[in-house]
Design a protein around this ligand. Structure first.
Ligand code: FES
Length: 273
């Protein structure tokens, strides 16, 4: 946002929603109207959220850039800074710097069928993609959202999943079924049987490296070209500007070259993913 890459802008928590065990959904708005107006991003980009006295962490933006009056973050409570964030209430102050990373250029996907595959918290950055595609639904062919979570409590964005069904085919599965779950059970790749699309479709995926391996096998079996498969990599980002080397994947940095890569770009170094 500012000239200095590390410059923080003051922001405020607008609302907090319990999303799953240890996972909260935050609405955030900049305190200064001008900061809010200037804040533009593309789906797949991330910001750093900082809490004075505790530090900062990188987190994907999970709302659509079309939403201009605030933005949304899904935070997994995994360390001291996220724990400090969970201690704040609505109205709590945070610092934001960013956005960082390349994100998705959705205009490249116009007129194509799109298969989006998410595992666990990988649904967070992809929610920004889906919500943006729904704003301009007529620009795409068939849309699929395939999502696998550990169990029904861990399924994120349940309200969105219901809404999205009006505009796309939403297919869900959980690793472990329970009394609240009547849907499919098994890994996310079991859902590919329900996907009927052309070889020229675009695939977009975010999840664990193990999931990527199995998803890639399915996509290749459908005859999809490497250049049409996009992966959003989850890495521990520290600086966000290619300086600290915390986010390397092979010869690339997830923070500046990614986090979105086509499989074509990274297949030679896929073990590093
Ligand atoms: S986060 Fe520091 S180099 Fe990428």
């Amino acid at each position: 946002m500012g000239k200095n890459h590390y410059e923080l802008s003051d922001a405020q928590i607008l609302w907090i929603e319990e999303m799953a065990p240890g996972k909260r959904f935050f609405g955030i708005r900049f305190l200064k109207e001008s900061d809010q107006r200037k804040f533009t991003f593309v789906p797949g980009q991330f910001v750093f959220l900082s809490i004075p006295g505790h530090g900062e962490f990188a987190v994907s933006i999970c709302s659509s850039p079309r939403k201009r009056d605030h933005f949304e973050l899904l935070v997994n409570k995994v360390g001291s800074v996220t724990t400090a964030l969970f201690g704040l209430n609505v109205g709590g102050k945070v610092g934001i710097r960013g956005p960082y990373g390349n994100g998705f250029d959705l205009s490249k996907f116009y007129d194509k069928d799109i298969i989006i595959v998410a595992g666990g918290c990988g649904a967070a950055p992809l929610r920004s993609v889906v919500n943006t595609m729904i704003y301009e639904r007529d620009k795409y062919g068939k849309l699929y959202f395939l999502y696998g979570a550990r169990n029904s409590q861990e399924l994120l964005f349940k309200k969105d999943l219901m809404d999205w069904q009006k505009n796309m085919k939403v297919l869900l599965t959980v690793d472990m079924s329970d009394k609240n779950w009547q849907g499919e059970t098994g890994v996310v790749t079991t859902l590919f049987d329900h996907v009927k699309t052309s070889k020229s479709a675009i695939a977009i995926t975010c999840g664990s490296p193990v999931m990527f391996k199995f998803v890639l096998v399915e996509l290749k079996a459908k005859g999809m070209a490497d250049k049409n498969i996009y992966l959003s990599l989850e890495r521990r980002m520290k600086c966000g500007i290619g300086k600290c080397q915390h986010c390397t994947c092979g010869e690339k940095y997830a923070c500046i070259d990614g986090p979105v890569f086509s499989y074509n770009q990274i297949k030679d170094n896929f073990e590093a993913v």
